[in-house]
Design a protein around this ligand. Structure first.
Ligand code: IMP
Ligand code: MG
Length: 203
């Protein structure tokens, strides 16, 4: 089978051969879609853009637990100025791996966002239903601005009316794990993003 690896990724066995992610990734991924060094360099580019756009402003980063944990940690550390960081935990009811857009807040922000410049930091946008709900929810609180940064974006999200200002990578419509993204709460600690071997993707 011919695999497209447009992000400089590699097959899991190639990764294993190089000793990359071998213990963590080699056994559960069919492909390393985006290796750790590509994620790091892309987040550096996004951080430079964000630093330019928000120069002289007081930025509040809002992360969505738990998936955004890695993006938040690395993106925020790549910024050249101090920011405030806050978290929301939301659960979107859905069947299996698809979300429904019906969202419940499990943990709300500690910060008051009124009058603030808010940048939502997300791991991945798939249907975009979760994000649409979140942006509308934040906008109802009277912030000065709300923008979105997502590491990954799937094709369906392109049809969204919610504007995503900063996108790391546009990826194919496959289920991916690693770098914060889970399947059944596992694999978040992989340092790369990869496609899960179907043998591990069962319910
Ligand atoms: P959406 O509402 O369909 O955009 O779903 C967004 C949320 O679904 C993300 O924040 C993830 O938590 C989860 N999700 C979507 N696609 C994937 C995937 O490929 N792997 C892991 N989680 C995913
Ligand atoms: Mg998420």
């Amino acid at each position: 089978m011919v695999r497209r690896r447009p992000y400089g990724g590699e097959t899991a066995s190639e990764g294993r051969a190089r000793g990359v992610d071998a213990a963590a990734a080699g056994d559960v991924l069919t492909d390393v879609l985006i290796p750790a060094d590509r994620i790091r360099s892309r987040l550096g580019e996004l951080a430079a853009q964000i630093a330019e756009d928000y120069a002289g402003r007081d930025l509040l980063l809002v992360g969505v637990l738990k998936g955004a944990m890695m993006v938040m940690a690395d993106l925020s550390r790549a910024l050249p100025f101090s920011v405030e960081i806050d978290w929301m935990a939301i659960s979107s009811y859905g069947s299996g791996t698809r979300s429904s857009g019906v969202v419940r807040i499990l943990k709300d922000l500690d910060a008051d966002v009124s009058g603030r410049d808010v940048l939502v930091v997300e791991d991945i946008i798939d249907t975009g239903l979760t994000l649409s709900w979140l942006v509308a929810n934040l906008e109802s609180r009277g912030p000065s601005s709300v923008r979105v940064c997502a590491l990954l974006r799937k094709p369906d999200a392109a049809a969204l009316d919610v504007d995503v200002s900063y996108v790391g990578f546009d990826i194919p419509d496959a289920f991916v794990v690693g770098y914060g993204l889970d399947h059944a709460q596992r694999y978040r600690n992989l340092d790369c993003v990869g496609t899960l071997d179907p043998r591990f993707a069962g319910a």
